[in-house]
Design a binder for this molecule. Structure first.
Ligand code: F6P
Length: 361
């Protein structure tokens, strides 16, 4: 009998269920009744506190198109994993104990950056772990694309498309703030997909004067409205030059006056141009709802590859897609690295050729 565990960790996204379905269907097809699958509830919390459910093939039926996660999720920061909980429990030892008590042969971790760091830690501690690349941010090192990313692009694009029509009717300047944490992948792609005029991402620090100039230039050309895609982690050139502590303080100060960076930018545009500038924040909608067709296929492929790794006894890797091929990369290489938008990438050049301003010149 083979026993495997599944957990979904960190912020949710659209194709978590589709990925678990891919893994389980492939395992059931390979091992039939000789495989037992358990699901840990609410991410690593379930593994720490031995909170799990036994799953059967029926649990994975009908979930390909279902958003969220049937197992629940939570954020258990990697940096706190070595810190005992309020009752003095050693979390890492507790996770190892649960794994051994359930006589697991493997644990699948569906998660983003922090979750894969913990997956690597558990692998180093001797557990058989396979990582699955989840996040709408697409900032996981080692894979070209993460599941959830393309679906989130669709949601953000739809939001921007809707703003486009009302902005055009009213001749307004509109900012749409896009998620992505410290990476600009989502903003860049949704921005391009919806024909944004200005795109501000953390990788390309902006100067507000350049942003104002870009808005004014559009107006001079007779375009009464402007669409700006702003990443939640966008920063000014001055911000980018700051030490970590000073930047943290600057963000704290800004948040005393505005709900987020986009509102500060909107105020500065109003002051600089005299034009009305509104902000829309689609927020967690970007992680919600059904996975799109691309993510359903990607997750199914990643999931089946996860089952292949298990059958080969290849552990300590994260499943990935590179150059359109499903493959895997060692968790030790993934852990602790962030994949941001390379500023010299083709897509940036192409965006500039389309006349998109990044606020840096
Ligand atoms: O990592 C996914 C993500 O949605 C980021 O884009 C965003 O910064 C963060 O999670 C929001 O986290 P929370 O759901 O904890 O507010």
């Amino acid at each position: 009998m083979k026993r495997v565990g599944l957990l979904t960790s960190g912020g949710d996204c659209q194709a978590l269920n589709a990925t678990m379905r891919g893994i389980s269907k492939a395992l059931y097809n390979m091992y039939g009744e000789e495989v037992e699958i358990v699901g840990f509830l609410d991410g690593y919390k379930g593994l720490i506190y031995e909170d799990y459910v036994k799953l059967s093939p029926a649990d994975f039926s009908g979930i390909l198109t279902k958003g969220g996660t049937i197992l629940g999720t939570s954020r258990q920061p990697f940096k706190d994993m070595r810190t005992p909980d309020a009752n003095g429990l050693d979390k890492v030892e507790a996770m190892k104990t649960t794994y051994r008590r359930l006589r697991l042969d493997c644990l699948y971790v569906l998660g983003g950056n922090g979750s894969q760091k913990t997956a690597n830690l558990l692998s180093e501690e001797g557990l058989n772990v396979i990582g699955m690349p989840k996040t709408i941010d697409n900032d996981l090192w080692g894979t070209d694309t993460t599941f959830g990313f393309q679906s989130a692009i669709d949601v953000a694009t739809n939001a921007m498309d809707a703003i486009h029509t009302t902005a055009a009717s009213h001749n307004r300047c509109f900012i749409v703030e896009i998620m992505g944490h410290k990476a600009g992948w989502l903003t860049l792609n949704a921005g391009m997909a919806s024909g944004a005029d200005i795109i501000l991402i953390p990788e390309i620090p902006y100067d507000i004067d350049n942003v104002i100039k870009a808005v004014q230039n559009r107006n001079k050309r007779g375009r009464g409205f402007t669409i700006i895609a702003v990443a939640e982690g966008a920063m000014t050139m001055e911000d980018a030059g700051m030490k970590k502590k000073a930047y943290k303080k600057r963000v704290e100060d800004m948040l005393r006056n505005y709900p987020s960076i986009s509102y500060e930018i909107a105020d500065q545009i109003k002051a600089g141009t005299g034009l009305e500038c509104r902000v829309t924040v689609p927020g967690h909608m970007q992680r919600g709802g059904q996975p799109n067709a691309y993510d359903r296929v990607l997750s199914s492929r990643l999931g089946t590859y996860g089952a292949i790794l298990f059958s080969q006894g290849k552990f300590g890797d994260m499943v990935a897609i590179r150059d359109h091929k499903i493959t895997s990369v060692p968790l030790s290489e993934v852990a602790g690295k962030l994949k941001t938008v390379p500023i010299d990438s083709d897509i940036i050049t192409e965006a500039r050729m389309l006349g998109i301003s990044f606020g840096d010149r």
